[in-house]
Design a protein around this ligand. Sequence first.
Ligand SMILES: *Cc1c(COP(=O)(O)O)cnc(C)c1O
Length: 443
Amino acid sequence: MEFTREELLTKDPILPAMAAGEEVFWSNKKARPAAEAQGEMPLTLADIRDADARLRRFAPFLMVQFPETRPRGGLIESPLTPIPNMKAALEAQLGLPIPPALLLKQDSHLAIAGSVKARGGIYEVLKHTETLAMEHGLLRESDDYAKLATPEMRAFFSRYTVQVGSTGNLGMSIGIASAAVGYQVIVHMSADAKQWKKDLLRAHGVQVVEYASDYGEAVKQGRARSDADPKSYFVDDENSKDLFLGYAVAALRLKDQLDEQGIPVDSAHPLVVTIPCGVGGAPGGVTFGLKQVFGDNVYCFFAEPVQCPSMLVGMATGLHSAVCVQDIGLTGRTEADGLACARPSGFVGKVMEPLVSGEVTVADERLKPWLRMLHRSEGIFLEPSACAGFRGVTALYGTPEGRAWLQQAGLAGKLDQAAHIVWATGGALVPEDIRKAYLEETL
Ligand SMILES: *Cc1c(COP(=O)(O)O)cnc(C)c1O
């Protein structure tokens, strides 16, 4: 790092509080009108539609390999659920009203991987599969992709390897999807990864390599091992455009769901979205998609743990992947394993600069109480990382900084007509005994 900690802390007024491990609300001064930002984007709405079309081509294959995708015709999509009882519980906690329409986007309950990683991770494995099969003359776009599930095809793919570095959920998504295609799979897992996630992967025949170090090191080692093998493909969470596009497809689907539920999004009816953020790919891809679809009428905030706000350190200093949370003296350690990425994606940070409205950080102590509050009030179970998005609600409507932002963005007078979506990013695969321990406060 070319800057000392003290020099870094002068780069934005928010940084000293972050370095002290405090919860912050940060508004992004570089956010620009969607039409202006559009010109600088490395990807377009056409790229998102192309990704959506590819996922639809794979639907027959997914229905064969993952029967749980059949009710949605082979599409991996999650419910958008109003949570009025959770809203009431949060209002009681805050002692303040929050906008009437509070909804949960339940990516926690996506088929196959039980987390938001089912979007990006599975998309990237499928795209690689399509490319490989087409290069070898085994597949045409007009084919029924169910043929990819035949024993001959699986034998072909078994000659290839897919590798990825992960704190847990990306490994599960890539691991389960790759094993279903027939690949050899190696997942490089950081020390933060929960034991049950490693166990589940091994049960799918995935080779799990464990590291005593953090996520950045697991990625580095995984990339090196994969690069040394010409038949190995590395899913690069820190830079992948395919992962990003897989996440972005969520926006097209969300638009349909909002239409179906009669929830308008326009200048009189703003949409506010808060998404937990780790390395940045998932929230970045979703935000990119939402800005393409809803333009200036959607406002996206990321939520990160107070000890591991890597994307915010990158954005506030303007240094993106050249800086990590340890550079400002934070530990990088958090109960929110899915968010435990100490260094942000450089690619995503730069794309987000004109798009994201702001960020909040959240203390670990809040996550499990929200996990239990949601379960009590709505009967929905999330993993701790996925509860970080609720800080977007309590910080926006319940802190002076949040309310100042609402005023300045012109939203304060429109909140009665606004919708707020908390993006729930994981939870469905948490095993019963661990789920019980969270709910009974023994974990
Ligand atoms: C991966 C993950 C995120 C954040 O995604 P990034 O691409 O790392 O920013 C959020 N929540 C959960 C549960 C995750 O697994």
